[in-house]
Structure formats: C-alpha cells, structure tokens
Design a protein around this ligand. Sequence first.
Ligand SMILES: *Cc1c(COP(=O)(O)O)cnc(C)c1O
Length: 404
Amino acid sequence: MFDIDKIRAEFPILKRTVNGKPLVYFDNAATSQTPQVVIDAIVDYYSNYNANIHRGVHTLSQEATDKYEEARLKLQQHFNAKKSHEIIFTSGTTHSINIVATGFSSLLKKGDEVIVSALEHHSNIVPWQMLCERTGAILKVIPMSEEGELLMNEYDVLLSEKTKVVFVNHVSNALGTINPIKEIIDKAHKVGAAVLIDGAQACPHIKPDVQELDADFYVASAHKIYGPTGVGILYGKEEWLNKLPPYQGGGEMIKEVTFEKTTYAGLPHKFEAGTPNICGGIAFGTAIDYANAIGFDVIAKREDELLQYGTEKLLEIEGLRIYGTSANKTAVISFNLDSIHPYDIGTIIDKLGIAVRTGHHCAQPIMDFYKIPGTIRASFSFYNTFEEIDLFVEAVKRAKVMLE
Ligand SMILES: *Cc1c(COP(=O)(O)O)cnc(C)c1O
C-alpha cells in the first residue's frame, strides 16, 4: 500500500512554508528532496566516524572505509554492474561525463565521428564539443520531432564505421522524454561505437540494468535520487575504464610515485584522485536503499498518475501549450502560456509557495528547436500530491489573469 502521509512525513522539508504558504515543490528534475534516513546517515558520519579513507590503520579510518566501500557495493547491485570496481564515485553527472569525454581525447583522431542527441543537457553537449575541438572529430546530432522524440531513422543514417562514440540521455530533463536507449546502444555496437548514457534524469524513476542494456558507460547524480549534492557515479565496463587514461592526478590514484615515473592504481582508484566526498558516497548508498524499499515500480506508477492528472488539469487552461508530448515520458511538464514570459509566471507562483523551474533548463538547443526562450517546467516526484497539483493549476490561472 502506498501511504502518502507516511511518505511525506519522512521528508522534513515538505513541512515548511514559503511566503506564508505550504511549500509545493515541483522542481524535482533539478534536485529531489532528501528523506530523514539520508539526513541521519550524514549526521551519523560526522558525529561518529568522520575520517579519511583507504589510508589509516586507525579504527575510525577503517570504519569510514568499510562504509564507503559498502555504499559502492550497494550501487553495484542497484545498477547491476558485473564488478564493484566498475562503479567510480564522482562529484556528479557532469564530472562523470568529463572523465569519459576527456579520456576519449587519446582514443579519437581527426575525421572520427561522435553522435549526440538533440535532447541533451548542456553537460552532455559541451564536453563532447571540447573533445571534438581537441581531436578534430566531428560532432553529429540525432534530430528530434515536434513531440520531443528522437528520430531513429535519422540516427540510422548518421551511424557508420566512422562513428566512435554515441552520447544520449536516458530521459530528457527539459521534456521528460524516455529515449529508446536499448535500441540506440545495440545499433551503435553494430558499427563498433561505444555508448555513454546520461542517466541523471532517469535514475529517480527507473532502475537501470547496465548489463542488460549493454551500456559502455552510465552516469548519474545522487542529488536527483533523494541523496545529497556533490556526489555521483560513473559506471564503465572494465575494458573501457582500463582503456581511458586517468582524469586527475593526485593522492589515492597512484600505485607508485617517483620523480621519474608514476604508475597508476587499479580500478576504481585510478579515477578517484584525492579525498572523495566520503559522507556523500555513504549517504548515496542510503538513498538508493530508501528508494528500493519503496520500489521503483511503485514510484513510477505514482508519478505517472500525477503526470496524467497534471497534464489534464493544465490543458484546461486556454492558451497553454505543453512541449514534449511523447507517450513515453517521466513526470515532467514543460509549458508556456500564450506569449507570457515563463519567468513572470514563475515569480508570481513562487509568491504562492510553489517552486517550479523557468528558463532553458540547460537545454538551449531544444528551446531553439521550438523557437522559444524557455518554458515553465513542473516536475513531480512520488511524494507530491494531487492537491498540490490543484493549488499549482489555480496559481497558474491567477498569474495568467494578472499578466494578460
Ligand atoms: C541534472 C542533469 C545533469 C547534470 O547533473 P549535475 O548533478 O548537475 O552534474 C546532466 N544531465 C541531465 C539529463 C540532467 O538532468
């Protein structure tokens, strides 16, 4: 049974008010809220066993190391990686992508081709553009349809033996579209290209199985999956992680250092230079446990109901247009109202306690496609309610009256 009151009680922030009104938090695609168990894990770490890992012989250091490595095992299990050292702790999706994009500099040559999708977040566009500038490789883009879906027949045309790497997000953060990543991966493998899947937006709703997908790289951020900011993962197949050079030099990532030559540590340490976000990694593991205890099927079903309800209610408002109308999408509603600037609506409804995102959502090419400056984006999580959607729709109607 899905007990919404019990679930909401687990998130302390949902009790607060904003501008004298109860908080309605519909900015989950930017960052999700954190349940008490995750907050407790953070407090426990700093209260009881804060120490640097992997180096100390003392008890605290060993306790911290054990918990950190335990978290890595939880993530290995969650993503179904074959080996625990295929899970690299990073500071988040952006960091993970940069490790791979920078690493590919040494593997690409002039004239090689790199494919990204039209639906990408800036963090999955800019590092590849920089890679192409460094290597002379050519960036190709899978175009999208009016509904916000990738045109897969165009993808077929782009693929060739020149294609070396393909980068797509699992779910678009701006529109919510769930991309057919299994098909994208299989087709890329047929021409011998590697595939990186940006799972930042998918992981709060979907439990990915990297072996079943046969993804070469899969990346995500804890803060979008009910965990803390500043920590994330890079999953990579062992053979690929071995091929890539280290991203940063420093402590933790070496085997032996002399002034003549340094040899690097094995996986995962080769990519984990310096003192990591120890507490964050441990709390990430707790957040994953929390979400799995609720169940990703339960989360997805609840969010789908919220999406259907919110979509129907919003479309009752005259002049409202939703961008991203794929039948296969997560609980993200990106919309505009007549020619009103999204920022103006966002500002008014914030006065009523409602948090949404306005702007280009780090996906300017999508906004250019629709020839708009941005949208208002409401993104729901399983802890949101139908009553909150009613408040939100009323607030949008009020803003419309005030601005027209
Ligand atoms: C949020 C997001 C990112 C960036 O994640 P960070 O945690 O800011 O590094 C990248 N891609 C997608 C699809 C996202 O939603």
